[in-house]
Design a protein around this ligand. Structure first.
Ligand code: NAI
Length: 302
């Protein structure tokens, strides 16, 4: 079996000071990558600041014989994002891999959610993904090579009580990915999204206690490293995982039904009378661009 190597590659992992991101950083370094370990060192809610989280992982990597450097900037500002990418380029002259992993939580049922809680969570996850990915893609485009991973969540894909801010931010990254896969496919840049699950400080009071030994952060790492490997040709896809289960999730559309002739008005009663066919996901398909959805309307457009 040939080994997947990251020798000669330079990687940035955001939020790599603990939890799932730490596993990505350690394994990338073990397999030869030079790694920028980014972490602001905040609490689960995004408060405080502490350099020891990133430093600890850098020490671990260096002790094991690998190459790593810490970066304490926040992903949530453009200046921070640029600094994180600059760190990689200034230190090792290139950037091949970006794993957007940093995250915080401010859970609250929707009617009680404050503007601050909304802004903080979307600011780190969604705007943060923009702030780091834009400077990263500038470098990757120049080099005609790159691997980018966004971190979504089953909470965004399928819903979770009290997480409208988090869910919206996580799904926003999928929207980003869908456009980016088109903008950057010709530069040999593969961009994918994962929805991991792990026992971490983020989930310790959500997952049942007996999940602690099963949902190890490590189990997310092989899938993400595969997506970051040179041999990976997949782009624009969503993978869900946890405890050693790996699967793909997708946004699909059903065949639907054409009503009328694209000329006469359609009544609300016609929608009611056809709601079963409209709602059906039989023969559901994925679409690789917004334009491809027009294929359903073909009979109406003749
Ligand atoms: P964690 O809380 O253990 O680690 C997140 C890290 O991100 C922390 O070290 C924190 O200091 C850092 N961070 C937070 N804000 C930052 C900022 N503005 N700039 C730089 N670093 C920042 O969380 P965990 O569980 O390892 O989660 C990693 C990612 O996976 C997150 O994006 C999370 O939303 C996502 N996720 C985790 C799940 C789980 O089951 N643990 C489930 C679904 C998604």
């Amino acid at each position: 079996m040939t080994q997947i190597s990251f020798e000669g590659k330079v990687a940035v992992v955001t939020g790599a000071g603990q939890g799932i991101g730490r596993m990505y950083a350690l394994e990338l370094a073990k397999r030869g990558a030079k790694v920028v370990v980014n972490d602001l060192g905040v609490s689960r809610e995004g408060t405080g600041k502490d350099t020891s989280a990133a430093d600890g992982v850098v020490d671990e990597i260096i002790k094991a014989g690998g190459s790593a450097i810490a970066c304490y900037d926040s992903v949530a500002t453009m200046e921070g994002g640029k600094n994180i990418i600059k760190k990689a380029v200034d230190t090792w002259g290139r950037l091949d891999i970006l794993i957007n992993n940093a995250g915080i939580l401010r859970d609250r049922s929707f009617l009680k959610m404050t503007e601050e809680e909304w802004d903080l969570v979307t600011g780190v996850h969604l705007k943060g993904a923009f702030c780091v990915t834009q400077p990263a893609l500038k470098v990757m485009k120049e080099n005609n090579y790159g691997r980018v991973v966004f971190t979504a969540s089953a909470s965004g894909l399928y819903g979770n009580f009290g997480q409208t801010n988090y869910g919206a931010a996580k799904m926003g990254m999928i929207g980003m990915m869908n456009s980016l896969k088109q903008e950057f496919s010709k530069y040999n840049i593969k961009i994918n999204t994962v929805a991991p699950t792990a026992w971490s400080r983020m989930t310790a009071d959500v997952l049942p206690p007996d999940f602690k030994d099963k949902f190890k952060p490590q189990f997310n790492e092989p899938m993400v490293l595969y997506l970051c490997a040179e041999e990976n040709s997949i782009t624009g896809e969503i993978f869900v995982m946890g405890a050693g289960w790996y699967g793909r999730s997708a946004i699909v559309s059903g065949d639907g039904i054409c009503i009328g002739d694209a000329d006469r008005a359609i009544s609300v009663e016609e929608i009611r009378d056809n709601i079963e066919a409209i709602s059906s996901l039989e023969n559901s398909r994925e679409h690789d661009s917004a334009l491809s959805v027009f294929s359903y309307m073909g009979p109406l457009l003749k």
